[in-house]
Design a binder for this molecule. Sequence first.
Ligand SMILES: Cc1ncc(COP(=O)(O)O)c(C=O)c1O
Length: 323
Amino acid sequence: MTLAIVLPDWQPRAPVQRIHLDWLEAAGVELACLRLDLIDPLISGNKWFKLAPHLQQACAAGAQGVISLGGAHSNHLHALAAAGRRFGFASIGLLRGSPQDTPTVRDLQAFGMQVHWLSHGEYRTRHAADFWAPWLVRYPHYHPVNEGGLALAGAEGCQPLVAMVEQQLPRLGWTDFHGWWLAAGTGTTLAGLVLAERGRRLVHGALAVPARYGVPEQVRALLRAAGHQAQAYHLFEAARGGFARVDTQLVNFISVTEHACGVPLEPLYTGKALMALRQQVLGGYFARGSRLVFVHTGGLQGRRAALGSRADYTEMQSLDAIT
Ligand SMILES: Cc1ncc(COP(=O)(O)O)c(C=O)c1O
């Protein structure tokens, strides 16, 4: 018999660092990066902050494990499985589509996650009210967590990121900053920042998924659930034709940017988000003197599949070819 989950006493802090890139300097925009990718080699990025309140709930309910779902490259499942192994709780992952052997899936299994594959049709019903019922009959003492940690609890778990940055402003030589820039996949992290900011600083979300994924609606629902009225956020299209679609310009942008500032990026979220920021900066969206914080939301484990095999991922020196 598995023991009930014991809440881990782990409150990671990520460093904030200045990012210098020629297109930022030319536009007079200052950027700092909250390096959530550095909090842990395995439980990396925004995932822990979204997961922690779900684990609290699981712990309070006396659950023996956590069950959640995602794709064959899911950063969310990767972090959940790694946390399960680190903190000694059982985890189950429901994966989309036919069985695949990806670096992520191999890790999930190595971390001890029990994996089930759902057909695309079954996976599409994940938002239905009764989706979890049969799984909870099969695994009665498991706590279900939505795809990507999407829930008000997940958003609330991201609220401490605001204080994390504020505490480090003196080290940056900043007294304050004007806004946030981050990738949005479900919109949960963005909603957490909007809630914590209470309308003070604008939160800019770069949509890593196309409109049909319903992120604007999800963000509105999360904020409504928290009784929040203010609209202090903007969403920008950044999917470049589809979730997980990776084109040569994006790959080149990542290569040049990593070379120029030393921050590793991946193409699905952080690379697309920073490329969308460049587009807005070049278009004059931000006034000279603007100070922004870019949240590095992690996901670097996904590079193995997304960039590892690309012949066009090389050390580039120039952004001239990139629009
Ligand atoms: C690396 C990475 N960045 C950003 C996001 C988007 O976060 P959210 O779903 O909270 O919008 C995700 C998905 O969770 C992710 O894996």
